[in-house]
Write a protein that binds this ligand. Sequence first.
Ligand code: 2HG
Ligand code: ZN
Length: 469
Amino acid sequence: MDAAAADRVRAALVERLGRESVVVSPEDRRLASADASRMFTDCLAVVRPKDEGEVVALVKAAHELGFTIVPRGAGTSPTGSAAAGAGQVVVDLSRMDRILAVDARDLVAEVEPGVLCGALQARCEEAGLFYPPDPASSRVSTLGGNVATGAGGLRAVKYGVTRDYVLGVRAVLGDGSILDVGGRALKSVVGYDLVRLMVGSEGTLGIFTKLTLKLLPKPESAETLVADFAAVDGAYRGADAVLAAGVLPRALEAMDGEVAAIVADYLGEAADPTLGSRLLVEVDGDREAAARDADRALAALKAAGATNARRAADPAEREKLWRGRRSISPAVYRASPAKKSEDLGVPRSKLGEAVAAIKAAGRAEGVRVIAYGHAGDANLHVNFLYDPAQSGAKERVARTIDRAMDVVLAAGGTISGEHGVGLKKLAAARREISPAALAIMRGVKNLFDPRGVLNPGKAVPAEEDLCAS
Ligand code: 2HG
Ligand code: ZN
């Protein structure tokens, strides 16, 4: 599309949707084109609909004016699932941010897609309820984005991931029609599970306009424990020991000592140079159960070799520990000129050896590899730090990541436990998805979006990519 054609599309969008909902300034376009993958591109325009009717109008305009659409929540995706380029219009759903219902008796919430995850969590807490999914980005990421990417997070080991809390989805499909599936019933087995299909579809099947989410009663009490280990794999052994002791914490988060040092630096605190690894554990339940589980977990951690295992002294320390954990991703970005982040999943028993093998691959290539993440469900963030200005650095990182994929796939794992495929992991996804499964996925895409206007080229490798491999 040339510059004159782009101007015509912008003018047509303003005419159809109004000035308030269409943003065309170059700065806003650039901001809305990039997500946390830091792929900087430049889209045609940004549409910020105030309601479902405007989303439908946008999809119809895409057909008539010849552009494609990239749905966007807060843009925290590290894989480029919300990255937009030339000829694409970003639909930024952040203005559709109403919490429509929080119902204590049905145990459901109904929300528009632009509601922040943290805002729903807070509203539920006030009502004595609990929305368990808790991506590290929950304070800034939207529920629409969480559902679109099938976000995981810090409480998955006990409570599961976003997918386990989506009861219903209303979405605008690629032809502009509305699909409304699921609802307030907590169980339903009627027909194929289209709700589950749409979770993690990365905006390629529909644009969400309303979500119905499952809630739980709020646990009475939660306690946070911190355990330090001299060995770099000590935290994984600690996590195993807690589970083997019969305790199911709501969070079991490991980090390398190196990662703890990066976070300490970011927060302006002193680092412990002798730390090999650290494990954060959070147990919850009624007061007595949480206290008993905390005691049992502490005993297990000490028996597993923790040099220091203790309860957070008070709510302020608890808050500080979790703030540190949530800061890892931005802290690592600041600590290195560039990083690549992979979120690999393996069967639990393979976690320690998989991370060790990936670090060895990094050493062989001269790439610094650090690891942290969700040890409870063996979904680890392995970050590859490098300086793009150094000759050959990108290639060495690419080879190390390729080797990391070999390691997880050979272990029976997955190339993404929670971040999704986006643009960045299409090649790796080809290694995990069989040709038969891929053919079904392409067929599904075609049913939901026959003309390919919704986030094309993301999430599922194209057939031609597969043939080329
Ligand atoms: C986390 O758990 C997030 O902190 C981000 O999933 C991970 O950027 C990353 O590597
Ligand atoms: Zn994570």
